[in-house]
Design a protein around this ligand. Structure first.
Ligand SMILES: N[C@@H](CCC(=O)N[C@@H](CS)C(=O)NCC(=O)O)C(=O)O
Length: 225
């Protein structure tokens, strides 16, 4: 049976999930939910997830939202189709990935997304208006604080965020950090180790990286004009 995956490729967690799926043998089919068109609020999608967010999946009559829950579900559902390093079966190794995923939402995503919303989403929905300077400053400070934590607690002197090989933690983090490039912001500026990490993830994923980021690259180009 093919798992239906509801995504908008401009969304950070959706890209992380698709990167994960493309690097496994899980059979899946993409269903596009356009956030810009408000598809996530339609009744039909509410039946898939009353959270009305992307991503979500449907596996037979079982529907699930929230990226982390989806990754955990799919890894358990298809244990032989997911290379172990993505979400290890070993309890201690897996717990390292879980530790990052628990940090991710208020940490990397909280920090980077706050700035992204200020720089792209707010002006987009408010006729080009900018957020108050004080708010922009506060959110930039928070992003710096979260990225400091990311480097100090997870990246340290390692190649990957959670263990000695690439995992879903790396996909979630990089997808989030890449989103800020839409406004021309490089969140790795002044952070050589973090920059090297992003490049490492990109190189490790090969062509699937650019495939998955193609829609976001297009969006970024539209801001350059
Ligand atoms: N914690 C959720 C976050 C999902 C989320 O916020 N998705 C955004 C796009 S990045 C969304 O669907 N926003 C639409 C809305 O809130 O109306 C996850 O990881 O799945």
């Amino acid at each position: 049976m093919v798992v239906k995956v509801y995504v908008d490729m401009l969304s950070q967690p959706c890209r992380a999930l698709i990167l994960f799926l493309k690097n496994t043998k899980i059979p899946f089919e993409v269903v596009t939910i356009s956030l810009r068109n408000g598809d996530q609020k339609k009744d039909e999608y509410t039946k898939v997830t009353p959270l009305n967010t992307v991503p979500a999946i449907q596996d037979g009559d079982f529907c699930l939202g929230e990226t982390v829950a989806i990754i955990r579900y799919l890894s358990a559902r298809y244990p032989d189709r997911v290379p172990d390093h993505w979400y290890p079966k070993d309890l201690k190794k897996r717990s390292r990935v879980d530790e990052y995923m628990a940090f991710h939402h208020t940490g990397t995503r909280g920090g980077c997304c706050g700035v992204f919303i200020n720089e792209i989403i707010f002006p987009l929905f408010n006729g080009g208006k900018q957020v108050p300077e004080e708010k922009a400053k506060k959110d930039l400070e928070n992003m710096a604080k979260q990225l400091d934590k990311l480097e100090r607690a997870f990246l340290k002197n390692n190649n990957w965020l959670a263990g000695n090989d690439i995992s879903v933690a790396d996909l979630l983090a990089v997808s989030e950090m890449m989103q800020n490039t839409v406004s021309g912001r490089d969140v790795t500026e002044g952070r050589p180790q973090l920059k090297a990490f992003v490049d490492r993830v990109k190189n490790r994923l090969g062509p699937t990286f650019d495939e998955v980021f193609a829609a976001m690259y297009g969006w970024r180009e539209s801001f350059k004009k």
